[in-house]
Design a protein around this ligand. Sequence first.
Ligand SMILES: Cc1cc2nc3c(=O)[nH]c(=O)nc-3n(C[C@H](O)[C@H](O)[C@H](O)COP(=O)(O)OP(=O)(O)OC[C@H]3O[C@@H](n4cnc5c(N)ncnc54)[C@H](O)[C@@H]3O)c2cc1C
Length: 321
Amino acid sequence: MHPFTYYPAITLDDALARIAEPRHVPIGGGTDLLVTIAEQLADPVAVVDVRALEGMLGIASVADGGLRIGASVRLADIAAHDLVRSRFPALASACEQVGTPAIREMATLGGNLCQRPRCWYFRRNIPCLKNGGSGCPAREGENQYLAILEGDPCFIVHPSDPAVALVALDATIEIACTKGRRDVLASEFYVLPRERLDRETVLEDGELVIGIRLPGAAAGGLQRYVKLMQRDAWDFALASLAAVRRVDGEVRLVLGGVGPRPYRIYTSVEEEATSGGLDEETIAGLAERALLDADPLSKNGYKVTMAATLLRDAIRELAAE
Ligand SMILES: Cc1cc2nc3c(=O)[nH]c(=O)nc-3n(C[C@H](O)[C@H](O)[C@H](O)COP(=O)(O)OP(=O)(O)OC[C@H]3O[C@@H](n4cnc5c(N)ncnc54)[C@H](O)[C@@H]3O)c2cc1C
């Protein structure tokens, strides 16, 4: 394994100054970073531990009735937290369905959002667009777990379950670096391969996710996170859906496991899903319309069927409430 220095940061300024240096990267639980170093996909000279920093820990209410979650809070703690479970059950459920108990005990929310994709060509350093190659071997190859939406020219799927719930809950990601701070909506945090291939998020070198804010307007109502996997546990989503009907009546339907970022379906479909009294034909038509842009590869057409099933179930439930 490539050698590197471990640096436990004590203050946020200290951490930001360190990760501003070339090839110094933040580490949370290390459940993905250490693997990518071993796989020669990352070659930091130092990893900066951001798990003990004030402002990146804790879950607290904010004035509008929402919550702020520090980026270093572990997924197991989010899933078990009373305020998350009562106000934002879709997020609690998404965290609860990540990997295994051991992973959830180690993994931080910030690290989960910034984990690298799992495409096996990329992970095994087989030349591909993301690792400096000239084409995408998955296009004609083993693409069964890859994107059906927004994929071209590289068909990665973002693996994060919590990200899907955060987009449906209109969350905001707080980002800091030595030059200052900025907020980015969870729906705008991920970049598509057609925009850039060297990374999956809007983060630039030296930037750190420090917290996630959930707005009070998205608290309560009806919230679901449903995940379909090959195995019952310890697996990534083949397709997942976060469905939210807020107290103010607004609906969000966001798919996971189907593209390089959580895929929010057309707002016109979301609006019609709340109109009530929908018959099965109309529900099926809405699910079909939501997936009009799906463009499956040779071996992943089944994901369109899965996503449509998730959407039909969610729309039926939303319409019945
Ligand atoms: C067997 C297995 C099954 C899994 N199943 C699932 C699953 O079902 N669903 C799912 O969502 N995930 C799954 N995962 C992935 C797992 O959830 C991630 O590895 C984990 O969430 C990463 O969090 P971490 O704190 O360990 O991040 P780290 O490994 O420490 O870091 C990951 C990346 O994020 C960067 N980073 C860390 N913290 C920050 C920060 N605050 N700001 C900016 N960048 C940061 C690091 O530099 C690194 O690039 C699985 C992993 C394994 C090994």
